[in-house]
Design a protein around this ligand. Structure first.
Ligand code: SF4
Ligand code: SF4
Length: 79
């Protein structure tokens, strides 16, 4: 389920630009940048952040632990 109560963070300098996360994202959120990072790789970035459903698939797949998703606030309890 989509929620805006999460932060999706890409560690630019950890990313090796392997593209695994791009391939597995079910919403086509991610793309490889055209600008190199400090290690000389082309890192991934969130090209379509509004489409992200915070499914965590990209985090699980990244071999370099380059993506994290953290909860930012509690969702409202049902009335
Ligand atoms: S959390 Fe899911 S929808 Fe969002 S970028 Fe990662 S794989 Fe794509
Ligand atoms: S899977 Fe990890 S290292 Fe590979 S492009 Fe995605 S964030 Fe970068």
């Amino acid at each position: 389920m989509a929620s805006k109560n999460y932060d999706h963070t890409i560690d630019n300098d950890r990313c090796k630009g392997c593209g695994l996360c791009v391939t597995v994202c079910p919403k086509n959120v991610l793309e490889i940048s055209e600008t190199v990072n400090a290690k000389g790789y082309f890192p991934v970035y969130r090209a379509r952040p509004d489409d992200c459903i915070y499914c965590t698939t990209c985090c699980i797949m990244c071999p370099d632990v380059g993506i994290t998703i953290e909860k930012t606030e509690e969702e409202d309890a049902p009335a």
